[in-house]
Design a protein around this ligand. Structure first.
Ligand SMILES: NC(=O)c1ccc[n+]([C@@H]2O[C@H](COP(=O)([O-])OP(=O)(O)OC[C@H]3O[C@@H](n4cnc5c(N)ncnc54)[C@H](O)[C@@H]3O)[C@@H](O)[C@H]2O)c1
Length: 348
């Protein structure tokens, strides 16, 4: 198998994470880095690849077949359009862009150039999330009625040292709950209506520390998501899934999905149903089965999938059009929290 040569644009925290993973994958090879900082230059020297301050120069001179874009969000669209104009496939970190408008420009550029545009909602590659989606799609829960999702944990005080993390444009909705919203869309289907209420009562920063959100899904189900980065609590994907060794794992759940035939917890994947052929009702015993999945690093799986898409061997698990919908829901949450209005999103 020939490898896919990849240029990484933005070698900060997450760009470096991608590079670490690429080192272990035979499907791809890092060919160059674009990042204006001296630290990136040193990092590239250590890796033995060229480093460019300007990403257009990197694309023109190193000529990678594909690029990973891990810059700050405001640069995703312009860097992605530069890739598209040169026929270079791309994996853009989440969120696809900082605004829906710039995301659409990026999508159009990629479609015009017929290059792949994947977005780094990497949890979709986690077998736990994939299994939950499969269970819903196969009808194991019947018709979905209600979803309860939690993202409650305590961010360390030093997380807030960089001033931008205390300002609108950061915050747990845009930074963290964007993943949960994408998970819920991936598992339960699209979200068509949003209500929300936000508070900064504990940290007193301009950005929210706590938000509660109500959703209506296109299938008719209702959902509620509770978000707080100032809570001493274990109920978040990070603190329950074991996906990232940085976070201790707690044997708890972060999503509870209920339907007319059963219910499913995530990430523990407990499937609750009545025994087949027995009478149903609130005073009848429920059976608990555990759905099993293999343990896989979703970031590694994402890179392998990206390379397969570049080689024309797979269809994207997530497209730009799908990812922009997640961004639209996130923006609707912020808007609903700001105005107190219910925000309706057009059905797809
Ligand atoms: N999928 C995930 O779970 C996940 C986790 C963290 C971050 N992210 C995403 O990754 C992206 C980067 O986040 P981060 O935490 O690594 O940020 P970061 O600030 O650590 O890194 C950003 C890098 O981009 C570089 N950069 C700035 N301007 C540039 C330019 N013009 N050309 C090339 N490089 C430039 C910076 O020098 C920096 O090294 C964001 O979009 C973020 O949302 C995703």
């Amino acid at each position: 198998m020939t490898y896919v040569g990849i240029g990484v644009i933005g070698a900060g925290l997450f760009g470096r994470k991608h590079i670490e993973i690429m080192k272990r994958e035979s499907a791809c090879r890092l060919v160059a880095i674009a990042d204006p900082t001296p630290e990136a230059e040193i990092f590239a020297q250590e890796l033995g690849v060229p480093c460019f301050k300007d990403y257009e120069e990197m694309l023109d001179r190193a000529k990678p077949r594909a690029a990973i874009i891990a810059t700050p969000n405001v640069l995703h669209a312009s860097a992605g359009i530069a890739c598209a104009e040169r026929g270079i496939h791309m994996l853009v970190e989440k969120p696809i862009a900082d605004t829906v408008e710039s995301a659409r420009q990026l999508i159009e550029a990629a479609e015009r150039a017929r290059v792949a545009l994947l977005v780094g909602h990497h949890r979709r590659y986690n077998p736990i999330i994939a299994k939950a989606r499969e269970a819903v799609r196969e009808g194991l829960l019947g018709r979905i009625t209600a979803v309860s999702a939690q993202w409650m944990l305590l961010k360390a005080e030093d997380y807030f040292i960089p001033a931008h993390r205390r300002q609108p444009g950061a915050g747990p909705i845009l930074t963290n709950a964007v993943h949960d919203i994408d998970d819920l869309r991936f598992i339960c289907g699209d979200i068509v209506s949003v209500q929300a209420m936000s508070s900064n009562a504990v940290r007193r920063y301009p950005v929210e520390d706590t938000t509660v959100v109500n959703f209506r899904f296109s299938c008719g189900a209702l959902g509620a998501l509770t978000v707080s980065d100032t809570a001493v609590a274990p109920w978040s994907w990070e603190l329950t899934s074991g996906e990232n060794p940085f976070y201790p794992r707690n044997d708890e759940n972060c999503y509870l999905i209920s339907g007319t035939e059963g219910a499913l917890s995530v990430p523990r994947l407990e499937l609750w149903r009545y025994r087949e052929g027995t009478e149903k009702g609130w005073n009848k015993p429920l059976l608990r089965e555990l759905l099993s999945v293999e343990t896989v690093d979703p970031l590694a799986r994402q890179i392998r999938h990206f390379c397969a898409v570049v080689r024309g061997e797979a269809e994207p698990v997530i497209t730009g059009r799908d990812a922009v919908r997640t961004l639209q829901v996130v923006q609707a949450v912020l808007e609903a929290a700001r105005t107190g209005n219910t925000c309706e999103l057009d059905a797809e």
